[in-house]
Design a protein around this ligand. Structure first.
Ligand code: PLP
Length: 367
């Protein structure tokens, strides 16, 4: 991407210059005092994003790696696991669990919607017992977010370990992981954490370590027990992606300076701004207001305009947005408002979207 391009893809997101510059620093050895300091700094700056308690860990990898790490560190061969599938990423996590031989029962939710806690609770009671519940906090493929506190409550009432995919949520949506009954969080660096891609993040609740110790699936690279042991020396078990740690540290300093609550509020406000703007342009929103994601919005173009041609027209105007996945492929457009996105960015993108629609002859478009 050149710097004039507007990147609206739901990850990776544009990385602030200061963060990119931090990644350009000279590499250091990861068994010395300088890395120990970096480890402590990143860890302490990450903790508030998870609600202040527990243990965060970083591995070189992507979000999908973090999802696999969650599975192998929590379950044993033959375990029965419940997976909420409300889009592409819920589907991916369920498949990963199956590829490790787990018996996965899917709780399917129509794409664009989010699970209703009472119905999910009844389904769990009918189909359980389960060794764990996999949930996508924010489904990037549809722009719908789950009611995490409510689902956390029902999981806790059933002593059911809750594992969440927070790849497009961490740093953009409130998360009080331990308080909300979450046992493990999987995430990645390239979305709300305004960092380059390349870091997989995992967080373990203080009370979840016995389950991590007991888990019987084969694990080596992703073994959180090794990560925890090395963490006691402020180190990682294997070579860390040091330059990405520098970048993440700089990104977390920016988040800290803005204030976590302000960051969350800004994400909510930008989502709302997008939704209003899209409706004005005659687009219809996939997710209802009640479940709308603060970090990504999916919409159908106005009648007479196909999503792929709209994406192409946007590209012609220097705007890179995303299309649909799975059953929504070719039908929707997705835009991200995660990271350092402000009102002027949203307004500029909406203006270009209006222009693209007008070029395509959309009846309702007002450029
Ligand atoms: N989970 C969610 C919710 C995501 O949005 C993504 C990526 O978009 C992933 C998992 C997979 O992450 P990665 O592409 O970093 O492997």
């Amino acid at each position: 991407m050149d710097d004039d391009e507007i990147l609206l893809t739901p990850g990776p997101v544009p990385v602030p210059a200061e963060v990119r510059e931090a990644a350009a620093r000279q590499v250091i050895h990861h068994r010395g005092a300088a890395f120990h300091q970096l480890y402590a700094s990143v860890r302490s700056r990450l903790l508030p994003l998870f609600g202040g308690s527990g243990d965060p860990f970083l591995f070189p990898g992507s979000g999908t790696g973090a999802l696999e790490a969650a599975v192998v560190n929590f379950f044993s061969p033959g375990d029965r696991v419940a997976a909420v599938v409300m889009g592409e990423f819920g589907q991916r996590w369920a498949s990963i669990a199956e590829s490790f031989g787990l018996e996965v029962r899917r709780y399917e939710v129509e794409w664009g919607k989010a699970p209703e806690a009472p119905q999910l609770a009844a389904w769990l009671d009918r189909n359980g017992p389960f060794a764990g519940l996999l949930l996508t906090y924010n489904e990037t493929s549809t722009g719908a977010a789950a009611d995490l506190p409510a689902i956390g409550r029902l999981a806790r009432e059933r002593s059911l370990p809750l594992l969440i995919d927070a790849v497009s949520a961490l740093g953009g949506m409130p998360l009080e992981a331990e308080r909300w009954g979450v046992s493990l969080v999987a995430s990645a660096s390239q979305k709300c954490l305004i960092s380059p891609p390349g870091l997989a993040l995992l967080w373990v609740a203080p009370g979840a370590w016995p389950q991590v110790e007991r888990a019987g699936l084969p694990r080596a690279y992703w073994d959180l027990r090794e990560a925890r042991r090395a963490g006691e020396r402020a180190e990682t078990p294997y070579t860390p992606a040091v330059t990405l740690w520098y970048a993440l540290e700089a990104a977390l300093e920016r988040i800290e300076a803005e204030g976590l609550e302000s960051v969350y509020e800004r994400h909510r406000a930008m989502a709302e701004r997008w939704r209003r703007g899209l409706s004005r342009l005659g687009c219809s929103l996939l997710a209802e207001e009640r479940v709308a994601s603060p970090t990504v919005t999916a919409f159908f173009p106005p009648a007479g305009v196909e999503a792929p041609e709209l994406l192409a027209a946007l590209r012609g105007l220097g705007v890179e947005a995303a299309g649909g996945q799975g059953p929504l492929k070719g039908r929707i457009v997705r835009v991200a408002h995660m990271g350092e996105v402000g009102p002027e960015d949203v307004d500029r993108a909406l203006e270009l979207l209006g222009k693209a629609l007008a070029r395509l002859g959309a009846r309702e478009a007002k450029a």
